[in-house]
Design a protein around this ligand. Structure first.
Ligand code: CMC
Length: 391
């Protein structure tokens, strides 16, 4: 007590106890509530995983049906939300729009703010799980000049997201199961990752008892940065730049290693994984499968594989234990699915939503105190005030 330990970036500071996600960075292990990410990505669907993260157990059919029905009963947003979307310039980045809209939902759903009982929490949770996909889809539709329409509530959660994003006024919408399965897997892989930057932001914002929706909005803002979720957009832009530049990966490897150059190899490195990122392994295989299934040939996939191979054999990267992370291959899949680059981090947010919710709920149910780090002051000691004419 009384001694302040300095730990910039909280590299060795635990902020909470948590029973949601287990991560062993040395061994490359990731588990949600004790289930391995490999098994969940193969056998579960996204809504089951969302239930697992939020409530601690895999749902039986009846529980899953009720959960889905409750979510569906909240899948319409106030019509005035369309006016807010229309007020944004078309050039607005979708992450800024999504964060603003998620915060704005509080105004239309004031009962979601003061949530103390489990029942009130449940209602706020199914509300946001219902409305968030609408915000995601409309953010993209606004960018593309498409009408802000709904999908079809008779569909599964992920199926409906895709329909809301891609249905067009000009032709009938046909569901593509390859896209559904690919998105389901990507969302599961992104669903939680213990106390990362955005999740810590959600927990610390919520710790002041600000409502769930604004806590999520804060998390979306944190996710936007290129060192965190924004890396998936940055990776694709980097690979695209390498391609335009003649495909010379060695040149970019050299840039990444040059300490006088701020350039970093996007999609490489991780604060916790120092051996491999298990999500990246699954996504690399999925990228090959999805592109093959869709019949898409993307030269960028070859550039990515070449870059990965070089980095894995390079002393700089080996010494620093830098491996491809979850964002290295995900953008290649999103692009093959027809999702615009600026939407990639929004897709990450859609996947991370259940994790953020689970972490917020755990923080509130454990009655954690308000998050309030200390500092070591390095400024001036006491000074006498100088009148303005004497400065
Ligand atoms: N390219 C080149 N050098 C790197 C990279 C990279 N991508 N990442 C780390 N380094 C170097 C860094 O310069 C430092 O070198 P030195 O010891 O000589 O000063 C060393 O490796 C350690 O890096 P750090 O920045 O101290 O590590 P960190 O734990 O603070 O940062 C990171 C982790 C993920 C922010 C960082 O690796 C990075 O910026 N990666 C690129 C962005 C990225 O892909 N982010 C997505 C992360 S995974 C998904 C998510 O979080 O959303």
């Amino acid at each position: 007590k009384g001694v302040i330990t300095l730990d910039p970036g909280y590299k060795n500071t635990g902020s909470c106890e948590s029973a949601i996600t287990f991560l062993d960075g040395e061994k490359g292990i990731l588990r949600y509530r004790g289930y391995s990410i490999e098994e969940l990505a193969e056998k579960a669907d996204f809504l089951e995983v969302a239930y697992l993260l939020i409530f601690g157990e895999l749902p039986n059919q009846e529980q899953l049906d009720k959960f889905h029905a409750d979510i569906k009963s909240h899948s319409v947003v106030d019509d005035d939300v369309k006016k807010i979307i229309d007020a944004f310039p078309k050039s607005a980045h979708p992450m800024g729009v999504l964060s603003s809209l998620t915060s704005a939902l509080t105004a239309f759903n004031p009962s979601s703010v003061n949530v103390d009982s489990e029942e009130e929490m449940y209602n706020a949770i199914v509300r946001i799980l219902g409305k968030f996909p609408v915000l995601v889809a409309w953010t993209m539709r606004k960018k593309q000049g498409l009408p802000l329409d709904y999908g079809d509530d008779n569909l599964g959660y992920v199926e409906n997201v895709l329909k809301m994003m891609f249905k067009s006024p000009n032709k009938d919408y046909e569901q593509n199961d390859i896209l559904v399965n690919a998105l389901d897997k990507l969302l599961i892989l992104h669903a939680d990752h213990e106390q990362n930057c955005s999740t810590s932001t959600v927990r610390i914002t919520g710790s002041s008892h600000a409502g769930l929706f604004v806590s999520l909005s804060a998390g979306i803002s944190a996710l936007w940065g290129p060192l965190h979720g924004g890396a998936n957009q940055a990776v694709l832009e980097m690979l695209e730049a390498i391609k335009e530049d003649g495909g010379d990966t060695k040149k970019y490897m050299a840039k990444a290693k040059d300490k006088s150059d701020p350039f970093r190899l996007m999609g490489f490195g991780h604060r916790v994984y120092k051996n491999f990122d298990p999500r990246a392994k699954i996504i690399k295989v999925a990228a090959d499968e999805v592109l093959g299934d869709l019949g898409v040939e993307d030269p960028i996939l070859d550039i990515a594989k070449g870059l990965e191979k070089e980095a894995l054999e390079d002393k700089y990267f080996v010494d620093r234990k830098l491996y491809p992370n979850v964002d290295f291959y995900s953008g290649i899949i999103y692009r093959a699915m027809g999702i615009p680059v600026e939407m990639f981090t929004v897709m990450f947010a859609l996947g991370r939503l259940p994790g953020w919710i689970a972490q917020w709920k755990e923080m509130r149910m454990r009655k954690e105190p308000i998050g309030r780090p200390r500092q070591l002051y390095t400024g001036e000691t006491l000074r006498a005030f100088t009148p303005i004419e004497k400065r």
